[in-house]
Design a protein around this ligand. Structure first.
Ligand code: FES
Length: 308
């Protein structure tokens, strides 16, 4: 059977390359990862190992619930390195995706980062599809398969520029030079991002007394022996307790067993999922949880209880 068109029959136009259909996804994922990385790098709390808002506190908490808990615990022993790798990795993935620089490798990086977030910070989200990270991991796979296919591709422009300047270079030589230039651009981006993040960490090693913190409640609004629910600046649910007139303490409202929200019970907390109980200092008084609730440092300033 012949596949040639018969006389008078027109050849169908080739389908438009589907890579254009991936452009909105590429822009969204690249922009989102770039934004996420920059906000981490510019956040004074991110690398502060004393802050409940920092990556160290997040890793300690995730280690209690993650299926890769031992790995997370190991990373938590090196919070500065882990934090910089994550933040700079997000920036590199975002830039590479937006600019079309080693797009497949950037997509692989994005997929691995999203997968690691799913296995740590999102692992306790129920049902699983309520967490964004599993969706991000899946969203990276089309770009992992297709790359940029030459569309708005910095890698291709690098290749073309090298061929123009050195017409006698072999194809292997061109690829080596592309790798070298791409590697230099990536390394320079990583170095700049890492230095900025570490500089901000070292210039803000402890919460500044001048830092007003985030107001949780007026002192007069929390009766002695009562508690009030609030949200930490990074969006985590927490409870403020006032066990005595001059004492305020606060804890994350996340059970350290499998991440269910705890609620106040008596002078402590109870988890409705499997019955773990915690005292007013966040310590476990009944399992299956084995780790205390995460503590949120607070202080009193001018009649207001604020985050420290
Ligand atoms: S999640 Fe199991 S006891 Fe809280």
């Amino acid at each position: 059977m012949s596949l040639k068109p018969s006389p008078g029959e027109t050849t169908p136009a080739p389908p438009r390359t589907p890579i254009w259909a991936l452009l909105p996804l590429r822009v969204f994922l690249g922009g989102t990862f770039l934004y996420a990385g920059l906000t981490k790098i510019l956040d004074n709390h991110y690398l502060d190992h004393t802050s409940p808002l920092g990556v160290h506190a997040q890793m300690l908490h995730a280690a209690t619930t993650s299926p890769i808990g031992p790995l997370v615990s190991f990373a938590a022993e090196h919070p500065a390195i882990t934090g910089v790798v994550v933040a700079v990795g997000e920036v590199a993935v975002g830039l590479g995706t937006l600019l079309g620089l080693f797009t497949r490798i950037a997509a692989l990086g994005g997929f691995l980062l999203a997968l690691s977030f799913f296995l740590t910070v999102s692992w306790t989200t129920r049902p699983y599809y309520f967490g964004a990270d599993i969706v991000f991991a899946a969203a990276w796979t089309p770009l992992l398969v297709a790359g940029d296919a030459g569309l708005f591709s910095t890698t291709d422009r690098l290749r073309a520029a090298i061929r123009r300047r050195r017409p006698n270079v072999t194809p292997d030589g061109v690829e080596r030079r592309v790798l070298l230039w791409g590697g230099l651009i990536t390394a320079a981006t990583a170095a700049v991002g890492g230095v900025i993040a570490l500089t901000r960490r070292t210039t803000n090693p402890e919460p500044s007394p001048a830092d007003p913190g985030t107001v949780i409640a007026a002192v007069s609004a929390v009766a002695v022996g009562s508690s009030t629910r609030f949200t930490t600046p990074n969006g985590a649910a927490a409870y403020l307790l006032r066990p005595s007139t001059d004492v305020f303490t606060a804890f994350l409202a996340t059970c350290t067993h499998q991440g269910c929200p705890v609620t106040p019970a008596g002078s402590g907390f109870r988890c409705p999922c499997h019955g773990s109980t915690f005292d007013g200092n966040g310590q476990v008084t009944g399992g299956p949880a084995t780790k205390p609730l995460g503590k949120v440092p607070v202080r009193v300033v001018d009649g207001q209880v604020t985050t420290a």
